[in-house]
Ligand binder design. Structure first.
Ligand code: IPM
Ligand code: MG
Length: 360
C-alpha cells in the first residue's frame, strides 16, 4: 500500500508527522513517500504543485495531505498561490466526492459555542461536490464591462455550471452513504441543498437529485435552500443526517457544521474519485500563527488517516482501531489547546500523537 505524504505548510508538518507515527504503529505493509506541496513546494520548486509531486501522487494508492497556505503568499499571482495545489490535486485526480463528517464527541460537547443540548449526539455527514461549480466553471476572468450599470469599468466574472452526470454521481454517493449510515443506526435521510429559487444550476440540481432519490425508497429525502440550511444548522443541527450540495455551498456549510462540534481540530475529510483513490486531509487549514509551536491538534489528521485506511486501502479494522484509540485518549482527559477545558490535561501535538500510538 503506497501512500503519498504531502505535509504542506504551517502546522501541516507537525500534524502529518503525528499521523505518520500512528500509521507506522499499525504494523501494516505501508510504503510512505513524502513530497512538497503548497508554499513549501513554491519555495523549493517554484510551483505549489510541481510535476515531481504529481509523480509521487500518481504512483500512490492514496494521498495523506496536511494543509497549505500562508499570508505571505497572498501577493503572488493566483496560479502560484498555495491553494492552487489543493485545487489542482482535486482536478488532477478527479476527486469529485468530498466527505466531511461533523461529529460531536461526548467528551467535547462543552467545547461547542452552541448549547450542549443542541449538539450532543450530533453526527452529520456533508457530501460536497468538489470538481465542478463556480470553482472550476469556465469562462472566468476580468474584462472591461461593455454593458450593465457601469460600462467601460473593470468587471470580473465566474461561471457556475453543473451537468446532469456530475450531479447524478454525487447524488448517488450521498444516497449510498446514507444507506450505509442507516445500517449503523443513523436516521437514513438526505437533505439536498441548493438555491433553486434563484439559480439555473440549482434548478437542474434539484431535478437530478430527485431522479436519483427515486432509486432509494428506503432513504428519506428533502430539498432545502442554502440560506435556510445555514440557519437550520445552528437552530437544530440534529435535523440533519447526510447533506449533499455543490462545491461552493458545501465549502461554506462544512465550515459551519465543523464549528458546531466545537472543534474543527477534530474533523477529518476524504476526497474520492470514481476509482476509489482518495486524498485525506484535516478539515482545518494551515494555521501559520501556531506553526512549529507544538500546540496544533493532530487528531483531525490522525482521523483522516483512519478514513484513508477504510476508504482507499481496504483496511477497515485498522481504521476502527485508530478511531477507538482517539476516543481512548479523549476519555483519558488529554486535550490540545483548541479543545482544552478545566480538569483536563493540556498536551502538545507530539504528546497527543504519542498518546494515540500508546492507546493503539
Ligand atoms: C476547503 C478550503 C479550500 C476550498 C480552499 C483552501 C481552496 O476552504 O477545502 O474547504 O475552498 O475548497
Ligand atoms: Mg473551506
Amino acid at each position: 500500500m503506497r501512500i503519498a505524504v504531502l505535509p504542506g505548510d504551517g502546522i501541516g508538518t507537525e500534524i502529518v508527522d503525528a499521523a505518520v507515527d500512528v500509521l507506522q504503529a499499525l504494523g501494516l505493509p505501508l510504503e510512505l513517500e513524502t513530497a512538497p506541496v503548497g508554499g513549501a513546494a513554491y519555495e523549493s520548486c517554484g510551483h505549489p504543485l510541481p510535476d515531481s509531486t504529481l509523480r509521487v501522487v500518481d504512483a500512490a494508492d492514496a494521498v495523506l495531505f496536511g494543509a497549505v497556505g500562508d499570508w505571505k503568499y497572498d501577493t503572488l499571482e493566483r496560479s502560484l498561490r498555495p491553494e492552487q495545489a489543493i485545487l489542482g490535486l482535486r482536478k488532477h485526480l478527479g476527486l469529485f466526492a468530498n466527505f466531511r463528517p461533523a461529529l460531536c464527541y461526548p467528551e467535547l460537547v462543552g467545547a461547542s459555542t452552541l448549547r450542549p443540548d443542541l449538539v450532543s449526539g450530533l453526527d452529520i455527514l456533508i457530501v460536497r461536490e468538489l470538481t465542478g461549480d463556480v470553482y472550476f466553471g469556465q469562462p472566468r476572468g476580468r474584462r472591461t464591462a461593455t454593458d450593465g450599470p457601469f460600462p467601460g469599468t473593470a468587471e470580473a466574472f465566474d461561471t457556475m455550471r453543473y451537468s446532469r452526470p456530475e450531479i447524478e454521481r454525487i447524488a448517488r454517493v450521498a444516497f449510498d452513504a446514507a444507506r450505509k449510515r442507516k445500517q449503523a443506526g443513523s436516521a437514513g435521510k438526505v437533505t439536498s441543498v441548493d438555491k433553486a429559487n434563484v439559480l439555473e444550476t440549482s434548478g437542474l440540481w434539484r431535478e437530478v437529485v430527485t431522479d436519483i432519490a427515486a432509486g432509494y425508497p428506503d432513504i428519506a429525502f428533502e430539498h432545502m435552500y442554502v440560506d435556510n440550511a445555514a440557519m437550520q444548522l445552528v437552530r437544530n443541527p440534529r435535523h440533519f443526517d447526510v447533506i449533499v450540495t455543490g462545491n461552493l455551498f458545501g465549502d461554506i456549510l462544512s465550515d459551519e457544521a465543523a464549528m458546531l462540534t466545537g472543534s474543527i481540530g477534530m474533523l477529518a475529510s476524504a476526497s474520492m474519485n470514481d476509482a476509489g483513490k482518495g486524498l485525506f486531509e484535516p478539515s482545518h487549514g494551515s494555521a501559520p500563527d501556531i506553526a512549529g509551536k507544538n500546540v496544533a491538534n493532530p487528531l483531525a489528521t490522525i482521523l483522516s488517516a483512519a478514513m484513508m485506511l477504510r476508504f482507499s486501502l481496504g483496511q477497515p479494522a485498522a481504521a476502527s482501531a485508530i478511531e477507538a484509540a482517539v476516543k481512548n485518549v479523549l476519555a483519558q482527559g488529554l486535550r490540545t489547546a483548541d479543545i482544552h477545558s478545566n480538569g483536563c490535561t493540556l498536551v502538545g501535538t507530539r504528546e497527543m500523537g504519542a498518546a494515540v500510538v500508546r492507546a493503539l
